[in-house]
Design a protein around this ligand. Structure first.
Ligand code: F6P
Length: 361
């Protein structure tokens, strides 16, 4: 019998988070007469005072289409390696035991953790080390989590990226230019691949396939020879040239991941220098993450939220909800977070795109 559940959202936000929160609260209240406690700013809310609030069907009203997360998401705070200041000195400490104390103090029967790779790995470890009863809900615009065919947020990001290509297409054509669009995707190129195909790109550069800029330039030259005087190039932020490295805008440290960025400009400059074609670069950035979720993401997020409550009610702790085909499934968190999902360089999707004449460098 679950009587009191907590819910937190962690990591980078994704459109659909609020729809999950709403579905969790409504389902828990309607089907299980269970109370819901919202935990603010990821795991921080379990450690710090005053960062929880009761969630009721009234407080989540109207959230299905709202972007972001009303609970806040800490900037990737990790209780197993937390930056703390002691005696004026900054150090890294494992404060995970405080998460457990916080969980007990709040009188929770279980926790629903909505997050990506990092947040769900922490959930896995909290379950393994302390037996914390957790159900995971997969979230990321990158769609790079195993244990599910899709994460919510991806469809919205794909829509924004495809629309960007449609808009770049007309201006590229008018000015006979090459347009480079840098998209999110640290280690997974799903957004660049699918938006590139949907948006009619001529070249798609993704983290999974190291590229040769000459292959891209040759494609552009061939198009010019065929009187196609403009070209579109999709570049995932984590793409890198063969024999080269990813490009970072800010270096990271032991706790903070380095910030990628700049590969689009590097590719754009190289194309202009080598082909002599006028080139412009657009970086789509967080426009892919903000704003209202697509109908498909609202639908998926709502199904995930409702399924997470049912899983918790049936004692399915240590598991993550997901979707396989049309069906809602659940997988052990350890399994879902063991190996991140990547575009298969030799898979059907890439072969299909190559068959359309798209080059991957
Ligand atoms: O993990 C999702 C993601 O959108 C990545 O594709 C991107 O590298 C990262 O988040 C950027 O996040 P932030 O700017 O919040 O650090």
């Amino acid at each position: 019998m679950i009587q009191r559940l907590g819910i937190l959202t962690g990591g980078g936000d994704a459109p659909g988070l609020n729809a999950v929160i709403r579905a969790v609260v409504k389902t828990a209240c309607h089907d299980f007469t269970c109370d819901l406690l919202g935990i603010e700013d990821g795991y921080d809310g379990l450690v710090m005072d005053g960062k929880t609030r009761p969630l009721t069907p009234e407080t989540v009203r109207g959230l299905v289409g709202r972007g972001g997360t009303v609970l806040g998401a800490a900037n990737r705070g990790n209780p197993f390696a937390q930056r703390v200041v002691r005696g004026g000195q900054e150090m890294i400490e494992d404060i995970s035991a405080q998460v457990v104390t916080g969980f007990e103090r709040l009188g929770l029967d279980g926790l629903i953790v909505v997050g990506g790779d990092g947040t769900l790995r922490i959930a896995t470890e909290l379950g393994q080390r302390f037996g914390l009863p957790i159900v995971g809900v997969p979230k990321t615009i990158d769609n790079d989590l195993d244990g599910t065919d899709f994460t919510f947020g991806f469809d919205t990001a794909l829509g924004v990226a495809t629309e960007a290509f449609d808009r770049l297409h007309t201006t590229a054509e008018s000015h006979h230019r090459v347009m480079v669009l840098e998209l999110m995707g640290r280690d997974a190129g799903f957004i660049a691949l699918q938006a590139g195909v949907a948006g009619d790109a001529d070249a798609i550069l993704i983290p999974e396939i190291a590229f040769d800029i000459d292959v891209v330039c040759n494609k552009i030259r061939q198009r010019v020879a065929a009187q196609r005087l403009f070209s579109l190039v999709a570049v995932a932020e984590g793409a890198r040239p063969a024999g080269g490295a990813q490009i970072f805008r800010e270096s990271g440290d032991a706790l903070t991941a380095a910030r990628l960025g700049g590969i689009g400009f590097q590719v754009g400059q190289a194309i202009e220098a080598r082909t002599g074609r006028e080139t412009r670069v657009t970086v789509l950035g967080h426009l892919q993450r903000g704003g209202t979720p697509s109908p498909r993401d609202r639908w998926l997020a709502t199904r995930f939220g409702a399924a997470a409550v049912r899983l918790a009610a049936s004692g399915g702790w240590g598991r993550m909800v997901g979707i396989r085909g049309m069906a809602i499934v659940d997988t052990r968190l350890e399994e879902a977070t063991a190996t991140p999902k990547r575009v298969d360089p030799d898979g059907e999707a890439v072969r299909m795109a190559r068959g359309l004449g798209i080059v991957f460098g």
